[in-house]
Write a protein that binds this ligand. Sequence first.
Ligand code: NDP
Ligand code: OXD
Length: 321
Amino acid sequence: MTGNALVLAIKSGGHNWSPARWKQRFSTACHNRKVVVLPDETCPPDEVSYAAVWKPAPGILGTFPNLRVIFNLGAGVDALMADPTLPRVPVVRVVVDDLTARMTEYVVLHVLLHHRRQLQLLKDQRDRLWQPQHQWAAGALTVGIMGLGNLGRDAAQVLKRLGFRIAGWGATPKSIDGITCFAGSDGLGPFLRKTNILVCLLPLTSDTRHILNRSLFAQLDRTSPLGAPVLINAGRGGLQVEADVLSCLEDGTLGAATLDVFETEPLPAQSPLWSAPNLVITPHNAADTDPDAISAYIAAQIDRFEAGEPLQNLVDVTRGY
Ligand code: NDP
Ligand code: OXD
């Protein structure tokens, strides 16, 4: 089919972002459609109807006069929102069970790692020390989840099932069974004062940039058996003030942390975070976007759109997520 092409614009890097791999999956999922990978391949700009992108070069999407929909190949759209030339067409983000389940695995893994004092046990093993650690029940801790969206809610439900007390914070008020919900700037302080393990699954927007800072960490509860609170950030690096995370780990304001995301990725070799005490670093690997699941999701959305049905999981560009 001509005049209805799909372009793929992907900032390659890392195992999962090989443009050739994505082209192969999209060519199968969108079998009757021309699929063109930018910038290596070309296509008359007016033939392009759809774009599926991950951190595309700013300005590139504005070169297609007949673009109808932009599909972001991930859940977070901050890279797209930062492009002032982004065409005014609907932007759809990823909401698929595959990605949600991967993030929930990550959150549960790291909550349990800190709750069960696994960093200390691993250190003891390296030192050949048989040193049982005091263990408490999951119900002795409150996990506070910033961002009660698609990912935050799912992680909350599984952690709840494990016995943790769950608090959650979002932009708008919610009532979710088994979760003590807080909202907005008025709700932030009460939410933090309940929280022992803080999990951040917020999108990066102008409202949330650098929200994870010393003054916020100082409000977390320190009276649980865990003592000093723990931070887990799998949202975006721009949510955290990295110098504050480092100094709060050093002075005990935070007892431990896990970071999957950083202001600069890959995290530079000279970053002091690499040797911060009690910090677990993962390379933006919490929830990979699976090419099979996502190409099928986008092909189905295009079919819906062309059948006159509404697109799902649209981004509100004024909110930025
Ligand atoms: P959603 O859009 O479904 O949820 C976002 C949540 O954040 C909502 O609950 C929203 O509140 C809340 N929120 C947004 N702005 C504010 C604010 N100013 N104050 C309080 N709450 C706010 O997103 P997802 O759950 O799908 O994804 C969350 C983020 O996770 C992505 O944006 C991305 O950055 C990150 N991510 C990271 C991955 C990784 O591998 N590390 C993988 C996938 C995603 P409300 O519900 O009231 O609107
Ligand atoms: C996403 C990500 O936003 O992988 O989906 O970071």
